[in-house]
Write a protein that binds this ligand. Structure first.
Ligand SMILES: Nc1ncnc2c1ncn2[C@@H]1O[C@H](COP(=O)(O)OP(=O)(O)OP(=O)(O)O)[C@@H](O)[C@H]1O
Ligand SMILES: [Mg+2]
Length: 426
């Protein structure tokens, strides 16, 4: 059996369609493997309110009654899925009413839930996150952002907040790599404490938005390169930025020009100016704005479960599969670029923007007539394709890691430098 892949769905702000996307994307994925959607926005009961099936056990039973998370998976019934098309789909609902210890769970509950998610019997696990960046969101996000960010042309401020999520994940990863416990310092001959202090002071300064001396992580990497030269710290920071890739889906898509100008452009500009121009950006598709989707939500029937002309849908799925190869380069599955880049510049943002606009245009040329059924099919196929072609740490990681686990994984498989002669730097 294939290894399990975990895909968190997040957004900078609320109301962009995370839950709508997470449910229908999970349904689409379940056509290719057993898929479990977990409601981690535990205060709103969003998923149980969006799927009209009887729920036996939910997170209440998991936290309070000793049920395993696998026992709390609800599947669809024949009333809502008469043809049994989505028999490999299941979801874990949040509690029926707001229960504070479950909504705002502490470290113990969080650790228990993370361990149980890692034990779920599924090929794909999709996590519907709450909006924003509290610790109950960030601790479930992978250290490498292997999830999907949702944004929409209809809420520009949410688009800007999306790049803050990228920033938060990157800082969390850098802080972990350079934390006192990190095996990183074992690779240094001595003066561990000096270097620990130096790098953490610098990270504090970059993260402080009111301190303009180091505006973003690229300037930070350049600073390190100038002061330390080709040094393990410099290389580690550069590598962390270069390996980071953002995967996004545009919801409420309203055409190439509008979506580009009101969502993609501000996102990329904000990302390159305030975070980094070094990380990659991959568009996994769009979901068109559709009254049927909204109506379906109101009627507690996920949009993909509404009747649809089967033949048309199958034909579109075939077509999408063929087109994936053409898009291979356009969507950023090309080899990682800029391994030795030392300077960020305006052209990085322009490069990113041009390539994202081209992706949208290519997709639009091929898919402008697609309905939302085809959009979800396409996005799920793009996600599957990306999982097949990229390392789990880049998209769809195999576990929700604790910081300790993440550190040992990072240092076990990475090609971080192992020995350095510090004397040459004095
Ligand atoms: N593609 C779409 N077309 C039409 N309406 C949509 C679409 N996607 C989402 N909506 C509507 O937008 C609203 C917000 O969607 P949803 O609840 O999925 O967002 P969310 O990001 O999960 O919100 P929250 O942050 O509150 O959890 C809902 O009314 C939903 O029906
Ligand atoms: Mg939601």
């Amino acid at each position: 059996m294939a290894i399990k892949r975990i895909i968190p769905i997040s957004s900078g702000k609320g109301g962009v369609g995370k839950t709508t996307f997470a449910i229908n994307f999970s349904l689409a994925l379940s056509r290719y493997g057993r898929t479990v959607l977990v409601d981690l926005d535990t205060g709103t009961s969003a998923i149980r309110n969006a799927v009209d099936v009887p729920i036996g056990k939910d997170l209440y039973h998991f936290f309070r009654k000793g049920a395993s998370l696998n026992e709390c998976v609800t599947t669809l019934d024949t009333k809502i899925d008469p043809e049994d098309r989505y028999r490999k789909f299941g979801f874990v609902a949040g509690p029926m009413h707001l229960i504070d210890e479950i909504t705002n769970f502490g470290a113990g509950h969080k650790a228990k839930l993370i361990a149980a998610i890692n034990e779920l019997h599924a090929d794909y696990v999709v996590l519907d996150m709450r909006a924003g960046l509290d610790s109950n969101v960030i601790d479930f996000l992978p250290f490498s952002n292997s999830g999907i960010l949702i944004f929409t042309p209809h809420l520009p401020s949410a688009t800007l907040a999306a790049s803050d999520i990228v920033k938060a994940i990157l800082f969390r990863k850098l802080r972990l790599i350079f934390s006192k416990e990190s095996p990183f310092y074992d690779t240094l001959g001595g003066r561990q404490l000096d270097y620990w202090k130096l790098i953490n002071d610098l990270i504090d300064r970059v993260e402080d938005v009111y301190d303009n001396s180091i505006p973003n992580l690229d300037a930070f990497a350049d600073d390190l390169a100038q002061n330390l030269g080709d040094h393990p710290i410099t290389r580690t920071v550069q590598q962390t930025l270069d390996e980071f890739r953002v995967h996004y889906v545009l919801n409420l898509f309203n055409g190439v020009d509008d979506s580009f100008n009101t969502a993609v452009r501000p996102f990329i500009e904000n990302l390159t100016q305030n975070v980094s121009a070094r990380c990659g950006v991959t568009n996994l598709g769009w979901i068109t704005r559709s009254d049927m989707i909204h109506q379906a939500n109101c009627n507690k029937i996920p949009a993909l479960l509404l009747p649809h002309h089967q033949a048309k849908k199958a034909a579109k799925a075939d077509k999408a599969a063929k087109e994936l190869d053409d898009l291979r380069v356009a969507i950023g599955l090309e080899p990682t670029r800029r391994a030795t880049k030392t300077k960020s510049s305006l052209s990085d943002s322009t490069d990113h923007l041009t390539s994202q606009l081209n992706v949208l245009k290519t997709m639009f040329d091929q898919k402008k007539d697609d309905d939302y059924f085809a959009n979800f099919d396409y996005t799920s196929q793009r996600a599957l394709f990306t999982m097949k072609n990229r390392r789990p740490s880049e998209f769809g990681d195999v576990r929700v890691y604790s910081p300790k686990e993440m550190l040992s994984t990072l240092f076990a498989k990475s090609n971080l430098p192992t020995t350095v002669d510090w004397s040459e730097l004095e």
